[in-house]
Design a protein. Structure first.
Length: 272
């Protein structure tokens, strides 16, 4: 596979990749930079071996002092479920909205918009307080209009004009590694689970459904400038082919297409 590089300078910015520690949002226009995002399905056995090899050369993300953290995202979609259908239909340019927390804590609550343009992504984020999050869940969006963060005001427009509502909760554990040269970020995302879209996102005991087949995990590689050859060579042979993985789509299908008989026969799972 030939390496392609891509960057754009517009307005906006990708949010902090790790995010567990959180960053104060800026209300000033900042540089938007698209990043490459490559995803692979690998076995748990390959993941253990790859984790050891990468860990010997690439440090853990400083936002993960214990080596990893839990991520929980509440995804929103419009009346027509456009984010879901655009992904299924292979639309080149698409967006997703979500509220993300770490380790089931309200210490960092981020409203995020993820923009995907082919294989390239950027993220914008805004900090929310718990009371603000609860007002969104209650359908009270008016306060977003006076929020100094541009992204909050844009989310207000999406909520009232596109009937944006919560659709599904996505849970998983992430172990991140960061290589500064090329701003490379490598993550192992395991134990992917889906839950009904409720406001109870801070409950660590929220009932969830397993999504990935037994023995599978997701490897993600994000980079801006270049993909170091030594990291590429570490990948196991079975993970050399990129996969069009969407955690939102997998969890949406698990919750919205689930039935007693066909609970494990969704579109995405058939593709395996």
């Amino acid at each position: 596979m030939s390496l392609r590089l891509f960057s754009r300078a517009d307005a906006g910015a990708e949010g902090s990749a790790g995010g567990a520690a959180g960053l104060e949002p800026s209300t000033r226009p900042v540089r938007r930079q698209f990043r490459n995002e490559w995803k692979y399905y690998i076995s748990l056995w390959d993941a253990d071996a790859l984790r050891a090899r990468i860990g010997a050369a690439v440090p853990h993300d400083e936002n993960a002092p214990e080596g990893g953290y839990a991520i929980r995202s509440l995804y929103f979609d419009d009346y027509w479920d456009s984010a879901y259908h655009n992904k299924i239909d292979g639309v080149q340019y698409r967006t997703k909205w979500r509220v993300r927390i770490y380790n089931y804590s309200d210490a960092t609550i981020k409203l995020e918009r993820k923009v995907k343009d082919g294989a390239y992504i950027y993220k914008q984020s805004a900090r929310l307080g718990r009371e603000e999050f609860e007002r969104i869940i209650d359908g009270d969006y008016a306060f977003l209009l006076t929020n100094p963060q541009n992204l909050c005001r844009e989310f207000y427009v999406a909520c009232v004009s596109q009937v944006m509502r919560p659709k599904v909760i996505v849970d998983y554990e992430r172990e991140p590694f960061v290589f500064d040269a090329g701003t490379v970020r490598i993550t192992f995302d395991s134990n992917l689970r889906a839950a009904a879209a409720t406001g109870d996102i801070f409950n660590p005991n929220l009932p969830t459904y397993d999504v990935l087949p037994y023995g599978k995990t997701i490897l993600e590689v994000k980079f801006t400038e270049f993909y170091p050859q030594f990291i590429r060579e570490m990948l196991p042979p079975g993970a050399q082919d990129l996969s069009a993985i969407s955690k939102y789509v997998l969890c949406y299908e698990q919750m919205h297409h689930r039935s007693d008989v066909l609970s494990m026969l969704t579109k995405s799972e058939k593709a395996w």
